[in-house]
Design a protein around this ligand. Structure first.
Ligand code: ADP
Ligand code: ZN
Length: 620
């Protein structure tokens, strides 16, 4: 520690708030953090159910630093351990991991330091921890606490189930009296109970917080011209990092290559790629600024990049859970971020087809999956607040009017479309329930072509009955009829659209069918000023960019992700406040003593030399 920092960072202050300030350089705890940290620091067991980005890592890291001994952190993925440990080391914390990435010598060194009580934290996969030799070695170690990260991996019904996690049920026997805490961003009650049962956390306190990610804005649009819609969306995010999810490997490759042609920095990622290339692209996403990663859902788990500014879905995900998990990868740092999806009727047909075609799946299971899909389709079709709809799916009440989703920012009206629905359904019926929507719409608008003539559909009374609407206007009507279950695509009949039983009630006018008044053109959201999320004035931007490239240089040299050097919010504060002494530097959030020692002077110099360049420019 330099003499400049010594007076502010009193190493003796091992209270949670003292540690938060001196080690992390943050001023205050986030919602919920303090209660967990105090409880665990005092030796209590805990289950922590916080959404992504709320700051779960600090819930075990701060107690680990406050308590005597070494904390053991169970983590499912090597990549995750690696990033966490690297970030901790950047903060000057004695943390290591034990996994197959280490050479024999490195592992031996870690074990030696562990036995000597030199480490504050050690990360391991569950199978490694529960191996006899590991347990034997740990019997001589003063274990301060046991943290089970991503603890939903223990739930057999969950989509991330890892059998190795089951071995952790022995933790309470093997480490009696050591506080245990389990953490997860999965909220559903069954998973939660499973974690409590499996980890024998019967007496643990359960900490929950709202699952709302208020810094993420939601927008779902009808897919008309996917690529140009994506381009419009991405044009707001040039120079920022983000993920574009596509449903197939082929679309991933195509979309990424196309984005490069459009002048974006983009790389593909999917499970069919060569392992080495895949790892390289993931690393580039972490370490380069402003990369758009186009990926299948194979990407994401174990990637903790905090400054992902957007997540775009080119196709409908399989469930609300999947949608929320994927969009939740945006904005972990708490800064404004966007979740955007383009969705169409084909998505619903495709997803339902996947469910229907499953062999070896019981009818009951298929019903559950259809229900899950329909819940997501409902969120896509809602005219009310998306956030409210999403949170209500997870059993959380939200008053609506969030002011940060497309429904709230640009309300859609609904209208009584029963007459229109009858025309559409009649056209399906009269053409024999044998065709896709394109043909049925041709009949409705009275388009004479080979197909309408060949089948004699030009002679039907419905031919041209809907010509007051354009084909592009009929498309969303069929989509909504499908979403509401009045029609369905028959996969055994090459996807022909057929009438559901419920359509009968529409013909009889026993129900009112409401449709959204589709928006024309792009969403009328106020155009976001560049980097407005960082609260930067126009005149501070050049300095911010200069500090950013300084950071990139430092990160590249140390082979670190830029955010591990300093987060964007810290750079923004530097650009705003322009500290001119180490004492002023200490007041900037996000440094902590180790980073202040390492980078304080460098950034101080950068600000000063930038100032003199500005002065020169003014006198020229
Ligand atoms: P989670 O595990 O819940 O997804 P993380 O622990 O990765 O969230 O934290 C997300 C980001 O928030 C990290 O960049 C972390 O440094 C930051 N963070 C956590 N707690 C605080 C805090 N009290 N003040 C400021 N930033 C914080
Ligand atoms: Zn809303």
């Amino acid at each position: 520690m330099t003499s400049a920092t010594a007076h502010l960072f009193d190493k003796e202050d091992t209270s949670p708030l003292g540690v938060l300030r001196s080690v992390y350089g943050y001023d205050s705890f986030r919602e919920g953090q303090q209660d967990v940290i105090e409880h665990v620091t005092n030796g209590g067991d805990a289950l922590v159910l916080f959404p992504t980005g709320r700051g779960k890592s600090l819930c075990y890291q701060v107690p680990a630093l406050c308590r005597e001994g070494t904390a053991i952190i169970v983590s499912p993925l090597i990549a995750l351990m690696h990033d966490q440990v690297q970030a901790l080391k950047e903060r000057g914390i004695a943390a290591e991991y034990l996994n197959s990435n280490l050479s024999e010598e490195e592992a031996a060194d870690v074990k030696r330091r562990l036995r000597a009580g030199e480490l504050k934290m050690i990360y391991m996969a569950p199978e490694r921890l529960m191996m006899d030799p590991t347990l034997q070695m740990l019997s001589g170690v003063n274990v301060s606490l046991l943290a089970v990260d991503e603890s939903h991996c223990i739930a057999s019904m969950g989509h991330d189930f890892r059998p190795e996690y089951r071995q952790l049920s022995r933790l309470s026997e093997v480490f009696p009296g050591v506080p245990r805490l389990a953490l997860t961003a999965t909220a559903d009650p069954r998973t939660r109970q499973d974690i409590l049962d499996q980890l024998r956390l019967g007496d643990a306190r359960v900490f929950t917080s709202s699952f709302d990610r208020s810094n993420i804005s939601y927008e779902i649009v009808e897919r008309t011209e996917a690529k140009s819609q994506l381009l419009t969306f991405l044009s707001k995010h040039k120079g920022e990092s983000g993920i574009v999810y596509c449903s197939s490997r082929k679309r991933v490759e195509e979309t990424s290559a196309w984005l490069v042609k459009q002048g974006f920095k983009s790389l593909p990622y999917h499970a069919g790629m060569d392992q080495a290339v895949r790892a390289k692209n993931q690393d580039a996403f972490l370490k380069q600024e402003g990369l758009c990663l186009v990926a299948t859902v194979a990407f994401g788990m174990g990637v903790d990049k905090p400054d992902v500014r957007y997540v775009a879905h080119m196709d409908l995900p399989g469930s609300v859970e999947a949608y929320y998990q994927e969009t939740g990868r945006a904005g972990r740092d708490g800064l404004p971020s966007e979740a955007w999806m383009a969705y169409g009727m084909q998505d619903v047909i495709f997803r339902r087809g996947l469910i229907d075609k499953q062999e070896n799946t019981s009818e009951q299971q298929k019903r559950i999956e259809r229900g899950k899909l329909n819940a997501l389709v409902g969120i896509c079709e809602t005219a009310s607040c998306r956030r409210q709809a999403i949170l209500s799916h997870f059993g959380e009440a939200h008053p609506g009017d969030c002011g940060n989703c497309d429904s709230c920012l640009n309300p859609v009206e609904m209208y009584d479309g029963t007459e229109i629905a009858i025309k559409a359904l009649a056209a399906v019926y009269r053409t024999g329930e044998r065709f896709g929507t394109t043909h049925v719409i041709d009949v409705l608008v009275g388009k004479e072509n080979e197909k309408t003539r060949k089948f004699g559909h030009v002679n039907l009374p419905v031919f041209g009955a809907g010509k007051d609407l354009k084909p592009a206007q009929w498309q969303p009507i069929f989509r909504q009829l499908l979403a509401n279950g009045y029609i369905f695509a028959d996969h055994d009949a090459y996807g022909a659209i057929k009438l559901d039983e419920s359509a009968r009630r529409v013909f009889k006018k026993e129900v009112v069918v409401n449709f959204r008044k589709e928006r024309v053109g792009a969403i009328a959201k106020p155009r976001r000023a560049e980097r407005r999320e960082l609260d930067l004035a126009e005149e501070d931007r050049p300095l911010f960019e200069a500090l950013r490239s300084k950071r990139t240089g430092l990160a590249n040299r140390a082979n670190l992700a830029p955010y591990m050097v300093l987060p964007d919010a810290t750079l923004a504060q530097l650009a705003r406040d322009r500290p001119d002494s180490m004492a002023a530097m200490e007041r900037i959030s996000g440094f902590g003593s180790a980073k202040l020692d390492r980078y304080g002077q460098i950034f101080l110099d950068a600000i000063e030399s930038f100032g003199s360049v500005e002065d020169n420019a003014m006198t020229m």
